[in-house]
Design a protein around this ligand. Structure first.
Ligand SMILES: *Cc1c(COP(=O)(O)O)cnc(C)c1O
Length: 344
C-alpha cells in the first residue's frame, strides 16, 4: 500500500535532479561569504522578491525571528494577526529571545488583518507606552486555509504602516503560491513589505531552508542576528544548491499542486457530510466531516495509508505537493468516501 502523505508540503523529498545539484555544488565557508552557491541563491532570491539583498536561513522560523530582531528594539511591540504562524507555531521566540510584545488583531477568514483594530493597537508616543516597531502579515495564510491576500490587501497594510512610519514584514513562507494564485510575480506582492521570508522546504521540495529578503542595510543586520541564533552555516552551499535548483525548476510546477488541491476539494465536497472550510485558494485544503471526531478520522485514514493533520478545532488539513499526483488525489477521495459511508 502506497502512503499518500497529505499532512504538509514539508514532507516533500528532493527529486533526483535536485540531489544531483546538491552533490555537485561548489562550496566555501559562508561565514566568510566564500560559498559561491549560497551567494548565488541569495542573489536569485533577492531578484525573485525584488529586494536589494537576501539571507539564506535554516528555516522559516529562523527567518521570521531574525527579521523581527532586525526590525525591532527589545521591549517594543509587533502587530500581527491572531491566526498567524508566528503566534501559533514559532515557540514564542519573539518574546522569549527578542523581548518583543506580540499584539494580535483579528485575522478575517481570508487571513487579512483587521486594519481598524491594527490602527487602534499602534501606540502613540507617551512616556507610559511601549513603542510599536513592526507590522507582520502572512501570505498565503496558513491557518486560514492557504488563503491569498490580494495586492489591495497588502497595499492597505503598507498605507497604514506608512502613516505611522512603521516597517512591514511579510511572512511569505508560501508567497510563491500566492503569486501563482494571483497570476503576478512574487516581487509585485513583496513590494508592499520592507522584508519578506519565503520557504524552500515546502512546495519547492528542498530538504532545508528559507530565504529572508530586504534592503541592504537590513540584511547586514539580519546576518549578524542569524549568527547570534546559531545560523552561521559554513559550507551551506550543500543545501543552498537545492534552493538554486528549486528557483530554476520547481516554481512553475506549483500550479500542479493548486490544480490537485482543487480536484481534491471537489472530490471531498461530493462526500455526504463533508464541508470545505474554506474552498481552497492554493495548495491547502481544510474540511470538516459531520458526526466525526477529527482525531478518530485522522487515525482511521492513516490506517488506510492516507495521512492528514487534524487541527484540533474540528478541521482536517490536507496539503498537495510534488509527491502527490492525480491518482493519489483520486485514491484519497475514494478512501475518505468509503470511510465516511461506513460511519463513525
Ligand atoms: C511553515 C511556515 C513557517 C515556518 O517555517 P519552518 O521552516 O517550518 O520554520 C512560517 N510561516 C508560515 C506561514 C509557514 O507556513
Amino acid at each position: 500500500m502506497k502512503t499518500i502523505d497529505l499532512r504538509s508540503d514539508t514532507v516533500t523529498l528532493p527529486p533526483p535532479e535536485m540531489r544531483k545539484a546538491i552533490a555537485e555544488a561548489k562550496l566555501g565557508d559562508d561565514v566568510f561569504r566564500d560559498d559561491p552557491t549560497v551567494n548565488r541563491l541569495e542573489e536569485m532570491a533577492a531578484e525573485v522578491m525584488g529586494k536589494e539583498a537576501a539571507l539564506f536561513t535554516t528555516s522559516g522560523t529562523q527567518s521570521n525571528l531574525t527579521a523581527m530582531l532586525s526590525h525591532c528594539q527589545r521591549g517594543s511591540e509587533v502587530i500581527l494577526g491572531d491566526e498567524s504562524h508566528i503566534v501559533h507555531y514559532e515557540v514564542g521566540g519573539a518574546f522569549a529571545l527578542g523581548g518583543l510584545g506580540l499584539r494580535t488583531v483579528p485575522n478575517d477568514e481570508q487571513g487579512r488583518l483587521d486594519l481598524a483594530q491594527a490602527r487602534h493597537t499602534i501606540r502613540s508616543r507617551d512616556v507610559h507606552f511601549p513603542v510599536t516597531s513592526l507590522i507582520c502579515v502572512e501570505n498565503t495564510h496558513n491557518r486560514c486555509g492557504g488563503t491569498v491576500l490580494s495586492e489591495d490587501d497588502l497595499a492597505a497594510v503598507r498605507a497604514l504602516a506608512d502613516e505611522h512610519d512603521l516597517p512591514v514584514h511579510l511572512d511569505g513562507a508560501r508567497l510563491l503560491n500566492a503569486a501563482l494564485a494571483l497570476g503576478v510575480p512574487a516581487s509585485q506582492l513583496a513590494q508592499y513589505a520592507d522584508s519578506v521570508a519565503f520557504s524552500l522546504c515546502k512546495g519547492l521540495a528542498c530538504p532545508v531552508g528559507s530565504v529572508l529578503c530586504g534592503g541592504g542595510e537590513f540584511i547586514r543586520r539580519a546576518r549578524q542576528f542569524r549568527k547570534m541564533l546559531g545560523g552561521g552555516m559554513r559550507q551551506a552551499g550543500i543545501i543552498a544548491a537545492a534552493g538554486v535548483y528549486a528557483l530554476e525548476s520547481m516554481v512553475d510546477r506549483l500550479a500542479d499542486d493548486h490544480e490537485n488541491a482543487r480536484v481534491l476539494s471537489d472530490g471531498l465536497s461530493s462526500v455526504p457530510g463533508v464541508a470545505l472550510a474554506p474552498a481552497p485558494q492554493s495548495n491547502i485544503v481544510f474540511f470538516t466531516v459531520e458526526g466525526w471526531d477529527q482525531g478518530e478520522l485522522e487515525r482511521r485514514l492513516g490506517a488506510q495509508g492516507v495521512l492528514c493533520l487534524s487541527e484540533g478545532d474540528g478541521r482536517i488539513r490536507m496539503v498537495t505537493h510534488c509527491g502527490i499526483d492525480d491518482g493519489d488525489v483520486e485514491q484519497a477521495v475514494a478512501i475518505v468516501r468509503s470511510l465516511v459511508a461506513a460511519g463513525a
